[in-house]
Design a protein around this ligand. Structure first.
Ligand code: ZN
Length: 446
């Protein structure tokens, strides 16, 4: 029975991999290296012209920031493992379990009390590293103007949210483990995925407003064009929201959120203040693409398959490691909450090893949203300008393998090149031919 389930999951995973692989090659296939120039316009030349607007210094800085991120991923992983090893090896974890057991005799409440200690302790211990990564480094690269007190306040809010959701998840998953000790990995992953979807679903209404203020975007012709674009693509909204991300970051962003027939279009104030109108339209066209193409559901499905496999790995590896070290660390079976740091460490090994796959799944969907956005918004130069702005913090032109491993969005070069290929193929349309790049130079503010 279990073997059958595992085989089915592996087959599903392979299908997912193959279909995402073919998505990727389809994306690669529609960007021929020597684009046929339509008349006087050459996509390669236009792409090079956009890239040339970035100074070598800006390019070096963006490369350094992004490549530094590769190392951060490694250190995040190593620090997580060291922390788990310290909690287990020095028997902090066993002591936290014993403390919870002294306070209550209910097993679910012991799990909750353990989880609360676990989240507070791990957050406090890793705070200096989090401060370097999220505060010091962001300021070094000019990505943030946020004050330290404000940043700490956001961290505290994040901890409260982690405490609520993390404790809920721990209680639910340990209840499953104790009820179904043999097949918990299957049902436990279903619980985890359910909670994840729940969190995504309530995020726009209940979580995002905890960190930022959302308000209706001021009336303008641009706002009317955004609403028109939404109506044209069947997105049920009659308002566009802006939020004050500039208090945390200088990065531009937007999203179209919502599930099951609801939608909300939100764009951050950096995008409104720094981007040209055609750039805003291009970005919103891309975000609407995520909504129309059901990327939230497809992403949840792909993630679901990977989480099930990850839980199966966790279950298998937990047994092996516990045979060897369980006695020393003070627990014997997976139903003992003192083993939580080991479960977390094993899952992080799995996620770390699959980073290129996770990135490729996301990057494929981002490329789809790009294509949708170009067709919907018809702003290839706006898309190129957006790619230039994003290149402030994302390496513009990585190697092919580097892009597969580390990029969760297509690189700036790829995005500009695809936009220019789209433009070359649409030059016979009046709106595209009539676009006057001289009056809308790239990267210019409104
Ligand atoms: Zn996107």
């Amino acid at each position: 029975m279990i073997r059958g389930v595992i085989l089915t999951i592996v087959a599903l995973a392979l299908i997912a991999l193959i279909s995402f692989g073919s998505l990727q090659s389809a994306c690669a296939a529609d960007t021929p290296s020597s684009t046929a120039a339509s008349g006087h316009f050459d996509a390669d030349v236009a792409t090079a012209a956009y890239l040339a607007t970035m100074t070598p210094a800006a390019r070096a800085r963006s490369d350094a920031y992004f490549e530094g991120g590769y190392w951060l991923m490694l250190w995040d992983f190593v620090i997580g493992l060291l922390l788990a090893w310290a909690l287990l090896g020095w028997r902090f974890s066993a002591r936290m379990r014993d403390f919870a057991a002294r306070l209550t005799r209910f097993r679910w409440a012991q799990t909750a009390l353990y989880a609360i200690q676990y989240f507070i302790l791990t957050t406090v211990v890793t705070l200096p590293w989090a401060a370097y990564e999220g505060y010091v480094r962001e300021h070094q690269y000019g990505m943030s103007n946020q004050g330290l007190a404000d940043w700490l306040g956001d961290e505290a809010k994040g901890l409260v949210i982690a405490l609520i959701f993390g404790t809920l998840a721990a209680v639910a998953i340990y209840a499953v483990i104790r009820k179904l000790p043999k097949t918990w990995w299957l049902w436990g992953s279903a619980v985890a995925i359910g909670l994840l979807i729940f969190q995504v679903a309530i995020s726009p209404t209940y979580l995002e407003p905890v960190f930022n203020k959302f308000y209706p975007l001021a009336e303008s012709p641009l706002k009317q064009r955004i609403l028109s674009l939404a109506r044209a693509n069947g997105i049920p909204v009659d308002q566009v929201y802006e939020f004050d991300a500039s208090k945390q970051t200088t990065k531009m962003s937007a999203h179209v959120s919502g599930m099951a027939g609801t939608a909300q279009i939100s764009l951050n104030d950096n995008l409104m203040n720094r981007a040209s109108p055609e750039e805003v339209e291009a970005v919103l066209g891309h975000e609407m693409g995520h909504y129309v193409l059901n990327h939230a559901y497809k992403g949840a499905l792909a993630l679901g398959v990977l989480v099930v496999i990850g839980f199966a790995f966790m279950s298998w590896a937990f047994g092996r490691v516990t045979l060897k070290f369980g006695e020393r660390w003070g627990f014997r079976d997976v139903g003992d909450v003192a083993g939580l740091p080991l479960l977390v460490a094993l899952f992080s090994v799995y996620v770390f090893a699959l980073t290129p796959l996770f990135n490729t799944i996301t990057r494929s969907m981002e490329a789809e949203a790009d294509a949708f956005g170009l067709n919907a918004a018809r702003q290839p130069d706006g898309a190129a300008q957006a790619a230039l702005h994003l290149a402030e913090y994302r390496k513009m032109q990585p190697g092919a393998i580097e892009e597969v491993i580390f990029f969760d969005h297509p690189s700036g070069w790829n995005r500009i090149h695809r936009a220019m290929v789209w433009k070359a193929e649409n030059l016979s349309a009046a709106d595209i031919a009539g676009y006057d790049a001289l009056h809308h130079p790239p990267g210019v503010s409104r």
